[in-house]
Design a protein around this ligand. Structure first.
Ligand code: ATP
Length: 237
């Protein structure tokens, strides 16, 4: 397994946001974590990449226990997060934002990686000298993903990439996610849009009030009446 969580617990003061979950992702898998608002999805991701400490439990990544590892250490080992709300640098240009993505690694091939991102995201190439704050929401999401790819991730954590985007752009972002996975990058995708997430993923976990309620192959979850009723907006049949 590339990533394995065992009994992961996250607390904010007295609030148990994540209540001891187990989750595993093999190399090359695209796994989604779905669930309602406030179920604990983002907290799980933040604990995996060290942005917040795990209160209890183990986070194993690429053969090592990384719970408690400094937050700057993980991108160097290929664990990279695209945060909710993108986290781009609004005052920097598109090109400078992308260059920041290569900061955590040996940047020897940064120039060719930059060209690669421009091939994948022609819109970003057109706007390479614009400040990132002037981009549309969809372009900013592409920039955030492109910047993460500059770090050459083994494991990419995506937090709500569809948030705030129009349906056409959401479809485009999901096509990009599928492409990145096809290139061999392992992905953990957190999404409120359960249907799209399950359509793109190999496997899924359903989170409810800090716990994993259901887990399995994405196509099985898509067909599961409990998922259909609670997360896909369909009445019980
Ligand atoms: P969303 O889609 O809204 O981000 P989520 O499933 O990602 O939902 P989390 O953001 O992980 O859920 O939140 C889980 C619980 O922890 C919620 O009850 C939330 O109010 C609480 N929480 C999240 N961040 C904090 C914080 N910084 N301080 C206190 N409580 C928090």
């Amino acid at each position: 397994m590339l990533l394995e969580l065992r009994g992961l617990e996250v607390r904010y003061g007295g609030i148990r946001a994540v209540k001891g979950i187990d989750l595993a992702i093999g190399a090359g898998e695209l796994v989604c974590l779905i669930g309602a608002n406030g179920a604990g999805k983002s907290s799980t991701l933040r604990a995996v990449c060290g942005l917040i400490p795990a209160y209890a439990g183990a986070v194993h990544y690429d053969g090592a226990d990384v719970a408690g590892a400094p937050v700057y250490e993980l991108p160097r080992r290929g664990l990279v997060m695209v945060p909710e709300g993108r986290g781009i640098f609004a005052q920097l240009t598109v090109e400078e934002n992308l260059a920041m993505g290569a900061f955590a690694r040996d940047g020897a091939d940064a120039a060719s990686d930059l060209e690669r991102q421009f091939q994948s995201f022609p819109r970003l190439k057109e706007r390479r000298r614009q400040t990132a704050g002037t981009l549309s929401g969809g372009e900013q999401q592409m920039l955030a993903i492109g910047r993460a790819l500059m770090a050459r991730p083994k494991l990419l954590l995506l937090d709500e990439p569809s948030m705030g985007l129009a349906p056409l752009l959401v479809a485009k972002i999901f096509a990009i996610v599928r492409e990145i996975a096809a290139q061999g990058v392992t992905i953990l995708l957190v999404e409120q849009n359960a249907r799209l997430a399950l359509e793109v993923a190999d496997r899924g976990y359903v989170m409810e009030s800090g716990s994993i309620g259901l887990a399995g192959e994405a196509r099985h979850l898509l067909a599961d009446p409990r998922v259909r009723e609670a997360y896909l907006g369909e009445g019980a049949t």
